[in-house]
Design a protein around this ligand. Structure first.
Ligand code: ZN
Length: 164
């Protein structure tokens, strides 16, 4: 139980004092991600240097899980290659689905603390929001997205593939 409390505290800390909340002046890519079922709304920006993530920040609002998860994700992907960021995102997803191996989960560092979300279906979308947004952004091969608060991400006029 003590361990569980520690997890809760770390998640809380990322939520209250996120290390990567902010804005990048010249992002290489940016995308808004929305989880309407909870009201989570984040705007993710990444700056690349060659093939590596030089900086990753987010903005927006949402529940503690969504905010902590995206903050942990930024921690993890800064300094990584695009391909590695995508690999970690895949692992995070399989962890949330309960199919990742112990070894894979360990490679997620602090984000591994969110693995119990697999048993909380209502919070799954909160936990994966940042990761899903990052994945969509990296795979879209497109620089910009809509910075508009009212944009729901999915139907963004600037997105190349808005289809599900
Ligand atoms: Zn949420």
């Amino acid at each position: 139980m003590e361990l569980k409390q520690l997890y809760a505290e770390i998640i809380n800390e990322h939520n209250l004092n996120p290390s990567h909340r902010g804005q990048i002046k010249n992002p290489s890519m940016e995308l808004r991600g929305v989880n309407p079922s909870c009201g989570d709304n984040i705007f993710l920006q990444i700056e690349f240097e060659d093939d590596k993530v030089k900086d990753a920040v987010f903005n927006g609002s949402g529940c503690a899980i969504s905010q902590a998860s995206v903050d942990m994700m930024c921690d993890l992907i800064i300094g990584q290659k695009k391909s590695e960021a995508l690999r970690l995102s895949k692992i995070f997803n399989s962890m949330i689905q309960g199919t990742a191996s112990e070894e894979e989960i360990e490679s997620l560092d602090e984000a591994s603390l969110l693995k119990d979300i697999a048993h909380m279906p209502a919070r799954v979308k909160c936990a994966v929001l940042g990761w899903k947004t990052m994945e969509e952004m990296l795979l879209s091969d497109k620089k910009t997205s809509c910075a508009s608060e009212s944009c729901d991400g999915k139907n963004c006029p600037l997105r190349k593939n808005s289809g599900e």
